[in-house]
Design a protein around this ligand. Structure first.
Ligand SMILES: CC(C)(COP(=O)(O)OP(=O)(O)OC[C@H]1O[C@@H](n2cnc3c(N)ncnc32)[C@H](O)[C@@H]1OP(=O)(O)O)[C@@H](O)C(=O)NCCC(=O)NCCS
Length: 365
């Protein structure tokens, strides 16, 4: 239902920060939604992009001078085919509970899109909220053909039973398939103690942050992909090594002293996550070593590990070899050409593209 609203949509300014922090807490029933020891206001300052490269254009909407809605917009540099584009990703779209379902976001989105200080080349979204998807449907959104899926590695018998859906009442035929998966999982646990295999020559250590070598490594590592966030030391340290974001563990894989891959691990809501994973091209052995390392690191503290990957990711086979299994849980990624012609980016809807997107590219961990 849309009612007549005297809404003022404008860019957020520094003075709005307390009101926005309060609005987010009222709207999301507690905020931040990710575990962090930082105060909400400090987490918000971080999330708004303090200490991060790239443009930002956050907006508020007010009625009678009171802020009742907020939308965060960060620009990311992304490799899209052979171009580097500025891609806007939104977050924390929130309307005060008193005003939800009254058309606020329907008014705010187009008003905001017209007023970006720097017009992004493209929008990217992956929301599951029904209202946001209704709004996407009214925009010129296109979908990625490939599925962006959750892969799970159960670490305990209880988690394995749940993952493989071994439960009373399940049809016999499905149950047989589930028991086969369980047997494979148990066999894998017996055969492979999940520590690093010393014969690979790969060493993995925890790094407090990323250093200058990471830019060149990532540029090389992301060459096989048609779509990926450009990773730099500044961006990665803002995302994963700033205490206001929460606690992440950076696991750096080296071979003869050179970086050959890294993972970023995170525990959130009782579950282990591989928040980021980047590996030298065609080095399944490194992906496998990082997956085994993640299992060894997280096993004492959680019962499952979650890793989000496209269903045609080159990282998938080595992860599956370590016992990660695909689930039905997925997000539909959508994009909209804004500052570029749609012809330049619509190949993203094709089946042959290779996209790299990690959980840490979003704000869910
Ligand atoms: C999601 C949210 C931002 C939407 O803003 P809003 O101002 O309430 O949305 P609108 O009233 O403009 O509605 C937009 C469309 O979604 C529909 N809609 C609104 N609320 C809905 C709901 N809860 N479920 C399904 N559809 C909904 C509306 O009918 C409208 O579609 P229509 O134009 O085809 O009729 C707001 O509801 C909110 O802040 N929710 C809590 C926080 C949240 O979950 N944010 C999203 C995740 S980042």
């Amino acid at each position: 239902m849309t009612v007549a609203l005297d809404l003022n949509v404008r860019p957020m300014c520094d003075e709005d920060i307390d009101a926005v922090a309060q609005l987010l807490q009222d709207t999301f029933d507690g905020w931040p939604k990710v575990p962090t020891s930082a105060a909400p206001i400090d987490h918000l300052r971080w999330k708004l992009g303090e200490g991060r490269p790239g443009h930002r254009s956050h907006f508020v909407a007010e009625i009678d001078g009171r802020i009742i809605a907020f939308q965060l917009n960060l620009h990311w540099y992304m490799k899209v085919g052979d171009q580097v584009l500025e891609v806007r990703r939104g977050g924390d779209a929130g309307v005060h509970p008193d005003y939800q379902g009254k058309g606020v976001m329907s008014i705010m989105r187009p008003a905001m899109h017209e007023r970006f200080e720097v017009v992004p080349d493209m929008f990217l979204g992956a929301s599951t909220h029904a209202a946001i998807n209704r709004l996407y449907a009214k925009e010129d959104r296109r979908k990625f053909a490939h599925r962006w899926l959750v892969y799970i590695r159960p670490l305990t018998l209880g988690a394995a039973l749940k993952t493989f859906k071994i439960r009373r009442g399940r049809p016999r035929k499905k149950l047989v398939a589930s028991f086969r998966k369980l047997a494979r999982w148990m066999d894998m646990g017996m055969r492979s103690p999940f520590a690093l295999r010393p014969e690979t020559g790969i060493a993995i250590h925890t790094a407090p942050s990323f250093d200058e070598r990471i830019d060149g490594f990532c540029e090389d590592a992301l060459t096989p992909f048609d779509f990926a966030s450009i990773r730099t030391k500044e961006l990665l340290n803002w995302r994963f090594a700033d205490a206001r974001a929460g606690q992440f563990t950076i696991r750096m894989a080296t071979e003869a002293g050179r970086i050959v891959g890294y993972s970023v691990l995170r525990i959130a809501n009782g579950r282990g996550h591989i928040a980021d994973l980047v590996v030298q091209p065609n080095r399944s052995v490194v992906t496998n070593a990082l997956a085994r390392d993640a299992i060894a690191e997280l096993r004492p503290r959680v019962s499952t590990i979650e890793c989000w990957l496209f269903d045609n990711s080159p990282y998938l086979p080595p992860l599956e070899a370590c016992g990660f299994v695909g689930t039905r849980h997925r997000r539909q990624l959508s994009y909209e050409a804004v500052g570029v012609a749609v012809e330049e980016v619509e190949f993203l809807s094709g089946k042959s593209i290779r996209a790299h997107l990690s959980l840490g590219d979003m704000d869910w961990v």
